[in-house]
Design a protein around this ligand. Sequence first.
Ligand code: ADP
Length: 296
Amino acid sequence: MPTRVVVAGSANMDLVGLAPRLPRPGETVLGDDFVMAPGGKGSNQAIAAARAGGTTAFLGAIGSDSFGVTLGARLTAAGVNTSRVRTSYGTSGVAVIMVDRDGENSILVSPGANRTFVDLSAGEKAAIAEADVLLCQQEIPLSTVYSALRAGRAGGTRTILNAAPAMDPPPGMLDEVDLLVVNEIEARAITGATEPDMAGLLALVPRVVLTAGGKGARYADRDGRDEHVPAFRVAVADTTAAGDAFTGALAVAWGEGRDLVDAVRWANAAGAVCVRKVGASGALPERSEIEALYNA
Ligand code: ADP
């Protein structure tokens, strides 16, 4: 049986302008190419989970503008169920990204419709309770994340929080989390320690996956397991969305009943396939690509 995954999160249109250098305040710079691509951690992780083989539904809000149409179509094309996605009158979430020829960037995120994704309905909570795995991030109002996690816990759904972007979660929210996925920066934001503090994280949640880019990931839990799972060695083209590929695949693998260390290894394969390709949601791997690298 495929894992039933519900992602409650953000959808953004990424507007990426490439330029010889980043403009200074008040300055206009003539740029190079321009690329527009659907993104947002929620939407990316829903697409990642669907491609990894999960039966996936997305809960979130898109705007009534033309970006909203494209964001919805992107999810649907990836096989994600969008029947409960809200359309809110106004602009969609937009990320305005400028990248210079050295790869340096400046990013402005306008949350738009994502900010209106509050007060989960009975139907949204029921969808969460019926799923095998709930996956949340921190690009929507945290009150909504908290309430989604509570609905998951109450319904017996496994709850995963990818605590990105980094912020200090509100008191009590982590009590509803079965598995926390963080990189080192996000881990430090939660514990307040200068180094990733696994014991500190395990005092807050029962299971933690700490991702570490090209080094792979570390899994630890309250039963005393603490294992480093090395990354797959691949030629890196673009690390954008690697964390989203990893987290979406991890949700699917855990829901399939894999042991979590093995699920992390499978998710490492998904992250590695993603970094081999240029792009964000377009680089998220299909299950066959994950399997091929995992079994290599
Ligand atoms: P984030 O972008 O959220 O900080 P990471 O950079 O830790 O996430 O990457 C997430 C996962 O993607 C890693 O745990 C690893 O499995 C995979 N990954 C990232 N970078 C590489 C790389 N250079 N080579 C192989 N795998 C990678």
